[in-house]
Design a protein. Structure first.
Length: 226
């Protein structure tokens, strides 16, 4: 009788132990799934943040009405991680300026009414990590000026319903250059192409695009050493 009672108690103990182990394993599996889902969501948000900052500086096309889906996978993968400006095929001009980025900021200023310095944006891209070791993302709360810039670019995309506002803007700049014809053609021929212009010339060109009454005088800037 005592032997049967001991076996019964042992069976109950083992069953209880198995129940505890099962519940613990189930809990850990559920927590791991939650952690995996959280990490997946964090990764998705991180990749999206990188894509938007690269879109804002003109390095990634949003794909018109189809989001990122029309972007070649290899390009999308490149733009979903940290990229220093030096890693892009386009290098600074002789004045040390990434011309497209500089002019996008001028577009932001003349159309959005907010000034973000070129130097601040360049500095943002100088590091992959913050001082605390976290990823440097435009929307992590440490870069409000850069975040406002990216948000404005995203809103412009929604407003125009396509991703071609950069192309339209640069086409206007090109048209201004084509119509610019000072009397002295020889001096005009010495004016550099847009991608080789100094910051002073780029500022003047952007102002001419924003203000039809502004008198563009690139030859004078050139003669002043700009």
């Amino acid at each position: 009788m005592m032997e049967k009672l001991k076996k019964k108690h042992l069976f109950i103990f083992v069953a209880f132990l198995l129940l505890i182990v099962t519940l613990f394993v189930g809990y850990r599996i559920n927590e791991q799934r939650k952690e995996d889902a959280r990490m997946t969501e964090e990764q998705r948000e991180t990749e999206e943040a990188y894509r938007w900052i690269h879109y804002a500086i003109g390095r990634l096309d949003h794909g018109r009405l189809s989001g990122w889906y029309l972007t070649p996978p290899e390009i999308l993968e490149e733009m979903s991680v940290y990229r220093s400006l030096e890693s892009f095929r386009t290098q600074p001009n002789d004045h040390g300026i990434f011309t497209n980025i500089y002019m996008i900021l001028r577009m932001y200023y003349h159309r959005g009414g907010v000034y973000l310095s070129y130097e601040m944006l360049i500095d943002y891209f100088s590091e992959e990590f913050e001082l605390d070791g976290s990823l440097r993302l435009y929307n992590n709360g440490n870069h409000p000026e850069v975040e406002a810039f990216v948000i404005w670019m995203r809103e412009e995309l929604r407003a125009t319903r396509h991703g071609g506002e950069f192309e339209i803007y640069f086409e206007k700049l090109d048209n201004i250059m084509r119509s610019y014809s000072p009397e002295d053609m020889e001096r005009w021929l010495r004016i550099p192409l847009i991608n080789q212009m100094s910051p002073q010339m780029l500022d003047a060109l952007a102002r001419a695009e924003a203000d039809p009454d502004y008198i563009l005088d690139l030859t004078s800037l050139r003669e002043q050493g700009y």
